[in-house]
Design a protein around this ligand. Structure first.
Ligand code: AMP
Ligand code: ZN
Length: 113
């Protein structure tokens, strides 16, 4: 979607602190962290919110949860973490491209600087 902030991040048109990407999803640090470790995982495909999961894209959601578990392990969130997805205006969603916040307490010295 051309006018979507997170589609532009996926396309590299807006810079981000990338943690991981594959053919289906992209993970990057939140610009305004609410926890010592706070990153977002998004589908590369534009899906507006978790309310727009369909038979065609449901596998992407499962894949994202697998990636979240792997990244949490890589970032040493060994004592646990929160996964949050806001839906719509009343759910506090400010960017209309589905994203999963991952919030944890362990802070690694990455990215450098
Ligand atoms: P939500 O309020 O659930 O829609 O979450 C949107 C999140 O995107 C917020 O936590 C913002 O801090 C974050 N955000 C907005 N713009 C950027 C950006 N350019 N790079 C990284 N995170 C961003
Ligand atoms: Zn988008």
């Amino acid at each position: 979607m051309s006018d979507c902030l997170f589609c532009k991040i996926v396309a590299g048109e807006i810079p981000s602190k990338k943690i991981y990407e594959d053919d289906k999803c992209y993970a990057f640090y939140d610009i305004d962290p609410k926890a010592p470790v706070h990153f977002l995982v998004i589908p590369k495909e534009h899906i507006e919110s978790a309310a727009k999961v369909t038979d065609d894209n449901e596998k992407t959601v499962g894949h994202i949860f697998k990636v979240i578990a792997k990244l949490a392990e890589d970032l040493e969130l060994t004592d646990g973490y929160r996964v949050v997805t806001n839906v719509g205006k009343d759910g506090g969603q400010t960017v209309p491209h589905m994203h999963f916040h991952v919030l944890g307490k362990r802070s690694l010295a990455w990215p450098p600087g």
